[in-house]
Design a protein around this ligand. Structure first.
Ligand SMILES: Nc1ncnc2c1ncn2[C@@H]1O[C@H](COP(=O)(O)OP(=O)(O)OP(=O)(O)O)[C@@H](O)[C@H]1O
Length: 221
């Protein structure tokens, strides 16, 4: 087990965001938390990454985490190469990751000169450079055009398969959930509770959409 969470609760002042969250993830597993907007998905990932206080038990058997945020958070005055150098010192490793993501030819560009999709690929490269045992993906496709989004999903799937990385995606998008996970845990409206769980192989998009409409009501868009 790479992560085990029991009786996790989180509030910001009087706003209750997470309620009695309990789950386990095996090493190498890909899971998605599918939840409506504003239910507490980012907060859950931030707790797993060690960036947020909480009450309950979070038992982690990993040290290296890769985190991909909704918006690419690259340092604007550093080139692609320098952005990666900032987190990983090994030139050979940087080169290998850039080549594996078809980014090597852009190594001397500044982020502003590249598209949103390219910036997110660089973000992925930056997350992979630390050789993460677990990759946390916080709606990384939300600002991307549809075809760029699917290219990035394919890239992520190939990379996590090759490197056998455990992944946790949070999203409100059914297709993303199905494309990137072995298991889908459905979160309720805020405060987020786990209300249902599916094995991705056993369902399809249409079935999941019906379930989500039932569970989220008018929060489903
Ligand atoms: N640091 C904070 N202080 C106070 N409230 C916060 C803080 N962080 C998040 N919240 C609130 O907690 C709730 C859950 O936020 P969170 O970002 O975790 O949800 P989400 O499901 O990721 O949202 P979205 O789908 O919009 O990205 C929101 O109402 C948000 O305003």
């Amino acid at each position: 087990m790479i992560l085990k969470i029991e009786n996790l609760n989180k509030s910001f002042g009087s706003l209750k965001v997470l309620e009695n969250i309990e789950f386990k993830i095996k090493r190498g597993e890909k899971i998605t938390f599918l939840g409506p907007s504003g239910c507490g998905k980012t907060t859950l990932l931030r707790i797993i990454a060690g960036l947020e206080k909480y009450s309950g038990k979070v038992k982690k058997s990993f040290k290296k985490v890769g985190y991909i945020f909704q918006e690419p958070r690259l340092i604007p005055w550093k080139t692609v190469y320098e952005n990666l150098k900032f987190v990983g010192k090994d030139d050979q490793k940087i080169k290998e990751v850039l080549i594996s993501l078809d980014l090597f030819q852009f190594k001397d560009y500044y982020p502003a000169k590249l598209s949103g999709g390219m910036n997110q690929r660089i973000n992925l490269a930056r997350a992979l450079i630390v050789k993460p045992e677990i990759l946390l993906l916080d709606e990384p496709f939300s600002s991307l055009d549809i075809h760029i989004k699917w290219k990035l999903i394919n890239d992520i799937n190939a990379q996590i398969k090759n490197r056998k990385i455990t992944t946790i995606l949070v999203t409100h998008d059914i297709k993303e959930a199905i494309s990137l996970s072995d298991r889908i845990l459905i979160l309720s409206n805020r405060p987020a509770k786990i209300i249902k769980e599916f094995i991705t192989n056993e369902i399809n998009e249409f079935f999941l959409e019906k379930e989500v409409i039932k569970l989220w009501g008018d929060k489903y868009v």
